[in-house]
Design a protein around this ligand. Sequence first.
Ligand SMILES: Cc1ncc(COP(=O)(O)O)c(C=O)c1O
Length: 479
Amino acid sequence: MTAATTDPDAIVTAHELPSVNTELPGPKSREWFAKADQHLTGAMADHTIVPFVEASKRGSLIVDVDGNTFADHMSAWGSSPFGPTPARIKRAMEAAWDRHGMQISGWVQSTPVLEFNQALVDVAPGRLNRVEYSVTGTLAVEGAVKLMREATGRPLIITFGGQYHGESTYLASGLSSDLSNVTAGSAQYVAGVVTIPFPNRFRSPFIKGPGPFDDTMVLDYLEDYLLVQQVHPGQVAGVMIEPVLGEGGIHAPSQAFWDRLGAMCKKWGWLLCLDEVQTCMGRCGEMFAFELWDGIDPDLVLMGKAFSGGGQPIAGLLGTDEVMKNTELHLGSTYGFVPAAAAAALEGIRIIQEEGVLENVRELERVFLEEMTPLKERVEQVGDARASGALAALEFVKTKESNAPAPSFQYAVYEAALRRGVLGITQRGKWHYRLQPALTMPPEFFRDSCRRIIEAVDEVAANPPAEGHVLDTVAESVR
Ligand SMILES: Cc1ncc(COP(=O)(O)O)c(C=O)c1O
């Protein structure tokens, strides 16, 4: 595949295909790891998932120190939405840095930050017209919980199983229920959080076998059991939900779910907080993922990852007058919305508006579903193929009839795809394999990766690994 354009400013540049020519890790990566392992923490010294050392990035590829190249379907976990070093982002960042250097924006307001705030409320739908500064998604979640409690004077937050909100030792981890080993030792000790199952149309905790299910049944559980037996609705400050479940495997709830949740929020005076850290700024084919449905009217929206435009660390909260206008909370940090980060993030919004990014994202979704949907018929262990814009997942099962999760199969597919030059997203214990490419990845490059993944699925299906209960895999990693 040749370069899509030779324009050095273009968002889409070189897109040669990946190629792995050594064992993994290659000899040079091994040397780097051997030295680094003497000072890395235990978790960081585990190089099995990413068995190479990055030397550079170009186009849609990561180049390792041995010269292997990998198609980058991780895009810095979504925080590099326009490829490695987009020229427009770089220029905007440098111009702001030249003028301001570092500044504490929660104290001294500067022009790039105020311009960015204006652009943000201009693109924000509905009643969202106030901005709070943050640096990471985790901090934005912490801030949102404090705001919800302050605004309502109520203690409890409702959250949904499989969501991920970060790994602080308090609020964010308390709300995270992605895999129990991820927040073991912190989430379980946080009071004031009530978790119900995520609206999942493929897999239900209440009915065996595969869907499609009516995902409003989780609200039946909330309304008919939890609120009746255990949690008084007048004690609930609000609901924290990912509009499209990210780490939990790319699940998009039904319109009926949102209608009913919205009605419950109105009835009981609950605030609706959408964690769009993973889904905002075009990731799902709209500026904000909640724009995929009609009538969702959030009180708070949390942003991170692609929000940065791939420039500097930055995260933020959008909120309504009711929640934010009179708050006495200072939620930012020293590094919240530093001028160069805000300038880059503003340029990111302009790129999305001016360079056909949303159209490209929708095309990536189309390509994924076109390539992957036939696998559901053809391969016993492929339970489902889902995409919401440039968030895509394959879900693996032991057998179609049982619908039981197949984490070993998933991990084997990840490894087989990596050997074919595709860096996707995995975690041990998960039974879905994910792709989160740059929003600007050329669709034909993306299609090539899909085909490599299909080869990987076929390789693993020809000799499937032994599969225990999913809990055994999760429990093993905290022992
Ligand atoms: C939905 C969601 N919320 C919050 C976070 C935490 O963000 P950060 O890693 O920037 O703290 C993440 C990170 O993956 C996320 O996916």
